[in-house]
Design a protein around this ligand. Structure first.
Ligand code: HEM
Ligand SMILES: *[C@@H]1O[C@H](CO)[C@@H](O)[C@H](O)[C@H]1NC(C)=O
Ligand SMILES: *[C@@H]1O[C@H](CO)[C@@H](O)[C@H](O)[C@H]1NC(C)=O
Ligand SMILES: *[C@@H]1O[C@H](CO)[C@@H](O)[C@H](O)[C@H]1NC(C)=O
Ligand SMILES: CC(=O)N[C@H]1CO[C@H](CO)[C@@H](O)[C@@H]1O
Length: 326
């Protein structure tokens, strides 16, 4: 074989490999196996959301945690007899059971349809349900890429190094997002998920009582907001108390989160850091002033998030029960 034809063949192979990586997920993946899957999931999510609002933030956060730990493969849903799987990590005291329940109910609805039984992965159902809760709470709608398989491994230990903490600095946040192929704009856009849902007082109590161990208040907090937070989260607060991440429109998926940051009303240190730092402030200002720009960037970012570490071929399976490997 001549060097030219070798280079030609090698580059064809490379192109095929690259194209293969992108071709793994498709919007119409279930067209022939379960054509109505989107409307079945949507109905199940609507029913669940009518029962409790927590469905929305719980499902959205579950998707994020799933994708960041071992990829979007529903490994976060696996239970273990000895309590050693991802969901047993203490960081998840807050992973509200309603997120898990949403996927389990939607999966049951899909499996009740003749022909669809055991055809749709739990990972894809979580991705669809996430889009649905965003849309149903006032956020944008978007086409969800599908074709993820469910993973077979889930360990408590893998959680620690893969999820961001509320006290992370901007550089730590952006490094962690970059390790999953997500840019600074993606980080700012995805943090907009904190426009709905709740946080326990422990996640920000240092900011209102003991900032940098100096018994003072985090000066990036709006003083009036800090005072309100001290009232709802006294020092001896019941650890189960959780308060709205977005104090203004807590049940609407909108760009109010970014307007809050401009006014020092970012609840977590990791939220406020996006505005405090010059590097990301322009993006916060853009999203605060232009909801269309926010929605566009959010859709792009959550689509990228949905591609993280996906399993195909013999790397995974379509689980029959989302909490157990087959
Ligand atoms: C940027 C780094 C992030 C950090 C440090 C972070 C941290 C947190 C923390 C500490 C809570 C409160 C947990 C509690 O006490 O109950 C929370 C809640 C939440 N997070 Fe994040 N998060 C981040 C990014 C994201 C992303 C990318 C998403 C989704 C795309 C997301 C979605 C949510 C939602 C929806 C809630 C509310 C959960 C509920 O009400 O059940 N977060 N986050
Ligand atoms: C927990 O159980 C799994 C199998 O279900 C096993 O692989 C793992 O080693 C066990 N871990 C501990 C700490 O016992
Ligand atoms: C696992 O956790 C459940 C619920 O928190 C508990 O009832 C059970 O005893 C635990 N099992 C083990 C082996 O620790
Ligand atoms: C808002 O953002 C959208 C999408 O990026 C853009 O097309 C539009 O021109 C922006 N509007 C304003 C008023 O800047
Ligand atoms: C839904 C779920 O399984 N949440 C668990 C998260 O972790 C805490 C303990 O760390 C459990 O009590 C929850 O049941």
């Amino acid at each position: 074989m001549s060097p030219q034809s070798f280079i030609f063949l090698a580059s064809m192979l490379l192109m095929l490999l690259i194209a293969g990586c992108h071709a793994q997920l498709r919007v119409d993946y279930y067209r022939s196996t379960c054509p109505n899957v989107e409307s079945i999931v949507r109905s199940a999510v609507e029913i669940k959301l009518q029962q409790t609002f927590v469905t929305a933030p719980a499902t959205l956060r579950l998707f994020f945690h799933d994708c960041f730990v071992r990829g979007c493969d529903a490994s976060v849903m696996l239970a273990s007899r000895n309590n050693t799987s991802e969901k047993d990590n203490p960081i998840n005291l807050s992973l509200a059971g309603d997120g898990f329940d949403t996927v389990i109910k939607a999966k049951a609805a899909v499996d009740r349809v003749p022909g669809c039984q055991n055809k749709v992965s739990c990972a894809d159902i979580l991705a669809m349900a996430t889009r649905d809760v965003i849309t149903l709470t006032g956020g944008p709608s978007y086409a969800v890429e599908l074709g993820r398989l469910d993973g077979r491994i889930s360990t408590k230990a893998s959680v620690r190094h893969h999820l961001p903490h509320a006290e992370f600095k901007l550089t730590q946040l952006s490094q962690m997002f970059a390790s999953h192929g997500l840019t600074l704009t993606d980080l700012v856009a995805l943090s907009g998920a904190h426009t709905i849902g709740f946080s326990h007082c422990s996640q920000f109590s240092k900011r209102i009582y003991n900032f940098k161990s100096r018994k003072s208040i985090d000066h990036t907090l709006n003083p009036a907001y800090a005072k309100q937070l001290q009232q709802v989260c006294p020092k001896d607060v019941d650890p189960r108390i959780a308060i709205n991440l977005d104090p203004i429109t807590p049940r609407t998926f909108d760009n109010q989160y970014y307007k809050n940051l401009q006014q020092g009303r970012g609840l977590l240190a990791s939220d406020q850091a996006l505005f405090t730092h010059k590097g990301s402030r322009d993006i916060v200002n853009l999203f605060a002033s232009n909801n269309t720009a926010f929605e566009k960037s959010f859709i792009s970012a959550i689509t990228k998030l949905g591609r993280v570490g996906i399993k195909t071929g013999n790397q995974g399976e379509i689980r029959h029960d989302c909490t157990m490997i087959n």
